[in-house]
Design a protein around this ligand. Structure first.
Ligand code: CP
Length: 329
């Protein structure tokens, strides 16, 4: 069987991505991991962090624990990797100890090199080019609040960074429209946009935040200064017109949600009024990292993903507790 790496959304087909989201949603609804997804051999996840993390680290560690496995957290600087051992040798050695590796790094080449030389699955925990685990949790969050994402409009305001790049890929795979508003210098790469156009994705890139938000079902932003970005002052100045404010949210649909992968800087990319307001879905979004991580780990480790119940079965399941309650009265 080929190794199930989770490297980027564009590397996976629609069916697999849909099964991952449906499994994550089913795991959340169930509130526990069913036997079918428990990993029998207590596998070990190695997580290498070359950049800081709160959500990715904790959600992966808890996810692995809930699946019946365990994790080892490695700081890149404390490893021989930080003293010049090659990525390829690191991949070969870790593959002899653990069952799956997650990497958070800067250069995407480090991730592809690790995956090329590992004999176990490798998961992208963020590079400067993409953040697919985050956007899978975003899609799950959108769908639990607003139903199937296909045909809906998502507006991205601000720096079209690594998370936005994964959103471009998600728009192509999940069939939603993506409207990006950013300064020209902060736009997605022409290669990524060309790929999206070839895939038939509906992506608009402009520099008018109100036009992007107009009629959107969801407004998203991210920090203006990502890990590794230089020139903080200049970035803040150029991105200020793209702040998500109450006026921006008012331009979107009345039931639009606001998402942000966190950590957030209130007063910069988003006002406190929006992120702490009734349209904000950011805490569900952060929680959903955990459920998506479980689905991704299970898939990487060869478990069969959960199929969503047909509508009739879902209706029957919803009806059951009501009948039980009436009978016990
Ligand atoms: N959103 C996200 O990846 O959070 P962390 O940087 O805390 O992992």
């Amino acid at each position: 069987m080929p190794i199930h790496h989770f490297l980027d959304i564009d590397a996976l087909d629609r069916k697999t991505l849909r099964a991952l989201i449906d499994t994550a949603a089913a795991l959340k609804a169930k509130g526990r991991v069913p036997k079918s997804l428990k990993l029998p051999s207590a596998p070990v996840l190695a997580m290498i962090f070359e950049k800081p993390s709160t959500r990715t680290r904790v959600s992966f560690e808890v996810a692995m624990h809930q699946l019946g496995g365990q994790s080892v957290v490695l700081n890149g600087q404390d490893m021989q990797l930080g003293r010049g051992e090659t990525v390829a040798d690191t991949a070969r050695v870790l593959s002899r100890y653990v069952d799956v590796i997650m990497l958070r790094t800067g250069p995407p080449q480090t991730l592809t090199e690790l995956a090329a030389h590992a004999t176990v699955p490798v998961i992208n925990g963020l590079t400067c080019r993409s953040h697919p685990c985050q956007v899978m949790a975003d899609v799950m969050t959108f769908e639990e609040r607003k139903g199937p994402i296909k045909g809906n409009t998502v507006a991205w305001l601000g720096d079209a960074n690594n998370v936005a790049a994964s959103w471009v890929q998600a728009a192509a795979r999940f069939g939603c429209k993506l409207k990006i508003a950013c300064p020209k210098a902060f736009a997605p790469s022409p290669e990524l946009l060309a790929w999206a156009a070839e895939e038939g994705a509906e992506i608009e890139v402009g520099d008018d935040p109100m036009a992007a938000a107009s009629g959107a079902d969801c407004v998203i932003t991210d920090v203006w200064v990502s890990m590794g970005d230089a020139d903080e002052r200049k970035r803040n100045e150029r991105l200020r017109p793209f702040q998500v404010t109450a006026a921006v949210m008012a331009a979107a649909k009345p039931d639009a949600i606001f998402m942000h992968c966190l950590p957030a800087h209130r007063g910069d990319e988003v006002t406190a009024e929006v992120i702490d307001g009734p349209q904000s879905a950011v805490w569900d979004e952060a929680e959903n990292r955990l459920h998506v991580q479980k689905a991704i780990l299970a898939w990487c480790l060869g478990a069969k993903l959960m199929a969503p119940k047909p509508v009739r079965a879902r209706r029957a399941a919803r009806a059951k507790p009501a009948r039980r309650r009436r009978a016990s009265r």
